[in-house]
Design a protein around this ligand. Structure first.
Ligand code: ZN
Length: 453
């Protein structure tokens, strides 16, 4: 939706002088932009399909690319990029949630949570409806809580009225911080709690649903989440049937009676006659028993050819008209009407319809954690419920809904939260090879023997 600058009647003879001065200014701006571009490449640099997160920021682009994109972008961005954005991308339709999504909205009084990219303690506790005063007290008093790292585990306990009673932060296995409510404030407990590791085997049979039966068997919400994420590309948990079986082998770290951290060493799900395994490797990822990846790869871009980014992901975008912060939850690609739009991964179409200011709108669910959305389309070529493959043509880009020019608005949601699709880390489907494969297969045998029903 970035727009070209419109020059007023510059063709007329009596406008020759302003025309040349504008041209002069333009040349200066182009030069400045060329020099400035390399610092900002990650925002507009085109990265071909299939490239992974690590390659998004290219530090040695050819100079012609810089000039080319620098110039176009400069024109588009002239009166401050953030302010020219005028289209709105809010669909009327929300994606329906299911039981597995609701795991994140647990009613348990104690919640265990693994930190993922972009999380802040404030946001996490807010999402779980923890009393806002308590959140402010805790995060205001203990600034170190701003240093949560991806993969660390936190847990907290509330009373029935959402008041926070205690908060645990597992920095490492022998460094667990405990913050307890005392009066109107929180105090940090200074004792270091020595954790003990326990290996636990949990098995069960599906009677109603995986979530309900796994919980009945003794798995925590957090552990169920790890299992459904590990096998999300192999198995649709909603399709498990009564009589299907599961077995999980876990290493649980206990502090007294309290579970502070759990690691899923391996899991097996028997769906009909088929067995599905997810086994933990040394790299912290899960593979099947043959050391093949359980992941699915994603295209970084939903387009087959180069496209300029006319407006980036911006959770704090200011609406130029209203002055109100209206997040731009995706990335806009300046493509002409009718450009084929491709699904970035295998998945199921959950929405395909005209939807408010989003115009013709498609949303695709990929596994459990990933969702992509494509807006302002000219034509929709898929139907809700349809299974699509990576690279399938799902629509044609357009200018429908509230949009000021032809472009494709593309969103990526991870765990129901919009993230920057240009920089988000995406799964890679590479299996183990060589020595690490050998070691893995050796080790997996002993874990597999724990996964009998
Ligand atoms: Zn947009």
């Amino acid at each position: 939706m970035a727009q070209l600058i419109k020059f007023p009647n510059i063709g007329k003879k009596n406008f020759k002088i302003p025309y040349f001065s504008i041209l002069g200014v333009l040349v200066v701006v182009i030069l400045v932009t060329i020099l400035w571009r390399p610092l900002n490449l990650d925002r507009t640099m085109y990265v071909p399909l299939n490239s992974q997160a690590q390659t998004t920021v290219t530090d040695t682009p050819s100079s012609s690319v810089v000039v080319d994109y620098g110039r176009i972008d400069m024109l588009g961005a002239k009166p401050k990029t953030d302010k020219v954005t005028q289209s709105s991308d809010v669909p009327e339709d929300d994606i329906a949630k299911d039981e597995l999504d609701d795991l994140a909205e647990e009613k348990d009084n104690t919640v265990q949570y693994t930190i993922s990219r972009g999380d802040t303690l404030h946001d996490i506790l807010n999402r779980y409806n923890v009393n806002k005063n308590d959140i402010a007290q805790l995060t205001g008093k203990y600034k170190q809580l701003a240093n949560l790292r991806i993969g660390q585990q936190v847990s907290w306990t509330t009373d029935d009225n959402h008041n926070l009673l205690s908060f645990n932060w597992t920095i490492s296995s022998n460094n667990v911080r405990l913050f307890e409510k005392s009066g109107n404030s929180f105090i940090e407990s200074t004792e270091t709690m020595e954790g003990t590791l326990q290996n636990v085997r949990i098995t069960g049979e599906i009677k109603s649903s995986f979530v309900a039966d796994a919980r009945k068997a003794g798995l925590t919400s957090n552990e169920i989440g790890i299992i459904t994420r590990a096998l999300q590309w192999r198995l649709d948990f909603r399709r498990l049937k009564a009589g299907d079986k599961f077995a999980a082998y876990l290493s649980r770290e206990m502090h007294g009676n309290r579970l502070s951290n759990s690691k899923l060493l391996g899991v097996r799900l028997k769906n009909g006659n088929k067995d599905y395994y997810a086994m933990l490797a040394d790299d912290g990822k899960y593979y099947d028993i043959n050391a093949d990846s359980l992941s699915q790869s994603f295209f970084r871009y939903p387009l087959a050819a180069k496209a300029r980014v006319s407006s980036g992901f911006n959770p704090r975008r200011l609406n130029p008209v209203t002055g109100i912060v209206t997040p731009h939850n995706g990335v806009d690609f300046a493509v002409s009407r009718g450009t084929p739009v491709l699904s970035v991964g295998n998945g199921e179409v959950v929405i395909a319809k005209y939807s408010g200011s989003a115009g013709n709108y498609i949303a695709i669910r990929h596994g459990r954690q990933y969702m992509t959305a494509y807006m302002h389309l000219d034509k929709i070529l898929v139907k809700p419920g349809q299974q699509v493959k990576q690279g399938d043509k799902i629509g044609l880009s357009g200018n429908t809904g509230r949009s000021t020019g032809p472009h494709l608005h593309f969103e990526l949601h991870i765990n129901n939260k919009p993230v920057n699709p240009l920089t988000a880390s995406l799964p890679i489907n590479e299996g183990l090879t060589g020595k690490s494969k050998k070691a893995f297969i050796e080790r997996v045998k002993s874990i597999q023997s724990q996964l009998n029903f």
